[in-house]
Ligand binder design. Sequence first.
Ligand code: AMP
Length: 568
Amino acid sequence: MTRMTSFKDFTIICERIENISGSLEITQVAADFFLSIDDKELEIISRFIMGQIFPVWSPLQLGIGPGLLYTALSKASGLPVKDIIELVRKNGDVGLAAKEAMADNKKTQSTFAAFDKDDYVLSITDVYMRFLNIAKASGKGSQAARTRNLQFLFTQADQVEAVYIARLAIEELRIGVGEGIVRDAIARAFDVEKDDVEMAYILTNDMGMVARETMLKGIDGLKSMDITLGRPIKQMLAKISQGIESVIKEIGSVAVEWKFDGARVQIHKNGDNIKIFSRRMEDVTDSLPDIVGMIRNGITAKSVILDGEVVVFEDEKPGAFQQILKRFRRKYDVEIMVSKIPLQLFLFDIMYVNGKNLFNNTLIARRQELLGCVSPSATLNVTKQVITCDVQVVNDIYMMALDAGHEGVMLKNPESMYSAGKRGKNWLKVKPLMETLDLAVIGGEWGEGRRAQMIGSYQLACIEPTTGEFLSMGRVGTGITDDLLVELTSRFKDLIIIERGTEMDFVPEIVFEVAFEEIQKSTTYNSGYALRFPRLVRVRDDRDPKEVDTLERIEQLYINQKSRVDRG
Ligand code: AMP
């Protein structure tokens, strides 16, 4: 019998990794650990180490919210829930909060008398089984059962184990290991090529299975993995373009399609068995019987995997995205919703047909396959496509798409393969800039080199209107011309309250309008948010700093943007 690896061994590795900054070294530590455990443990650990409990494709969901986590910690530690919440706030991390809460674990009156903490060693498999119980608990009394399982883990854990149990419970391990590092560690440990590991992962969406098969069968195991109908594969993703002209300059002829404002779906048909997955790989088949019907009636191929966008129309215009979400999340009265919110499907790609994986076929060839297996109807469409290298033609299609109420256009490289899971330059989106934010400038930093005499970057803040407090959201240093920099430097010099080294605080008097790619959660700034790729659009001298965007609006934009993830 093989030795059971303790969960403690895993946490020691996590702690080590947390203190390493170089990804090569992290990969080596992970690879060494992979080699020291058995195949079943490896299946679990290759997911745990990136904060994942179940494979992405699996319908199993852990679903532990803060409420359940705090209750379990409270019961395990004997501290009231409010103290747990306070610890989380103080530490900014559930793991460190759990560590502190469990500091006096020995004093805890264990409800699990049969397992005296001192002679019970948690194994990796135990922890996984408890999480499995939590995911499987359903119906009456399930909440209590879920709490009990988590409480059990905390009661048996030492302080360091508690850190990682808490973080695993919310599926955020915070040790800087993602899919790329796990892929590289598998390759390093079992002496196979990274690309082969990557492809097996794309096809199966199951890092645990990939790791285990590689351990047991090496390259043969990897090569034997293929698409499984009914299990979602990673989708190809799009990048934002630098504009129509520059795309054509770079790739010449492009395949132009409307970019529909809807929700991405991946459809698997295996004979009569039809499954629909959302962008996040949730199985949404039961909520979309109308789409299932379209596929049953309109797809001639026996087995196929299709890529497309579901769109809702209201008075011939694309309807609000929220409407689509109402359909996707629906569990009850599904038929009523089908007639209330009718959907259309626009198919734009095909990844598999009748036993053939089409990843390595060009877009042109895949489109031929797609056209060959769809009989369009009023609701089932193949996205129209024009191949051209004429900027004017693309521009006209772009304008038509916007007029029709859609997001813009997608420009695709006609010769490109289906690069699953990749956000590459073979699918480029052209759409109007996202909305901008008006933010107060509350601080700055002297520039370097050529800009040493200038204030080169500016600390932005939104406002909490009830208290009037400005909350920082990160810096902007892009989009500022040299002339403007000179002007801004002289204006802001008069507003400096205090200087600390190269940094300074300003009286909040000037407002910047800032464009950005995305709003992200952040622990660095006290608003709790940061902007990705911010750039200055203009200085809003017509705005009072007290009228800048509020934290509430930022939160709302963040939520909208999160639900947009379903779109693609
Ligand atoms: P974005 O969500 O801005 O990253 O844009 C990519 C998303 O656009 C995809 O994930 C799809 O959901 C959606 N989309 C709409 N129309 C198309 C199309 N013709 N081809 C590919 N993706 C499309």
